[in-house]
Design a protein around this ligand. Sequence first.
Ligand code: TXA
Ligand code: MG
Length: 355
Amino acid sequence: MSETRILGGSEDDLRVAAEELRQGGVVAIPTETVYGLAAQGLDPAAVARIYHAKERPLFDPLILHLPPSWQSDLWSHGLVNQRALSRRGIEHVTELTRTFWPGPLTIVLPKTTLVPDITTSGLDTVAVRIPRHPLTSRLLDMLGFPLAAPSANRFGRISPTSAGDVVEELGGRIPYVLDGGLCDIGLESTVVRISGEGEVELLRPGQVTAGELSRAIGQEVLELDSGSSSEGAQISPGLLESHYAPRKPLVLFEKRAADDLDTIKAEDAPAILFLSDRTLQDFVEAVDAESMAGTGIRHWRVLSSSGDPGVAGRNLFHMLRELDAAGGSVIMAELPPDNTGISHAIRNRLERAAS
Ligand code: TXA
Ligand code: MG
């Protein structure tokens, strides 16, 4: 394929993107979480082009992104098998979609035969969400059909949070990227599964936390340890893989470990990702170029100078990508000390990126 063209937000540009998608092509689209590689989600040939461009294995199912107007009548579009859900399950869907859509929550539900097997990797469930990005909302409005869209990176690599990142990953392999600026959240959506009986399980942590979900439905949300169970492998195949990986080896460290500094110095010219200015200053006396040079640390980033987890989440993938491109043979990243809220999602991504 020839060069990838970047489209802006004009009506003309949106029409070009829409036409490509109507014809069964792929277009990278912005969302509030990360950029997605989209195709008509109910057309098997179009969906196959996503797998091909990403070099993604067919066992890893995709999320369907629905037009904004579907929020109020999800059932009437016939993708979700309402009869396979108990009354409690249906109530949970209503509550979750009302509270968190449009937004970074993906819900896995029983599917109908309208959804092709290639979209769901043959599972009898389908993952759906209504994203919250003005350009993509307009695009979905114009199209009136769901867009299957995984993150717009080559399989296993760091998710893209800007149009430039998408070009770095898929340039020359896809015709268009719709440029919607930097992603607001920077981490993929929270994924939950609602079982027929109405149990709700967290499959992937994200900005929407288990606590918020539990409060919305008045029932505890169970956290599935998909990384270690064979049950996890069946429920959410893609979540088991090593993922989000930079090209260089990634080593994680915890601020409070006494020998951290020695570990860091032992690594050969590491590029380091710190959580905040405060944690950086635990390792160096002053953050000027000269003092940094004295430590042997030549390349570093700080996820959020004030230690704000939301800002850290927004910067995580972007900064990992920058450090991957910088000098040094290894990246070291500091793990958040707590495992709550967005820090939980950040830990999850870092651990998988390092594995
Ligand atoms: O924020 C996001 O979710 C982004 C943007 C583009 O919307 N998309 C995204 O897609 O992260 P992807 O494909 O990189 O990750 C979706 C994960 C898959 O790896 C898969 O494991 C899980 O969601 N998933 C999809 N369909 C599923 C299903 N039917 N059952 C269980 N898990 C499913
Ligand atoms: Mg992905």
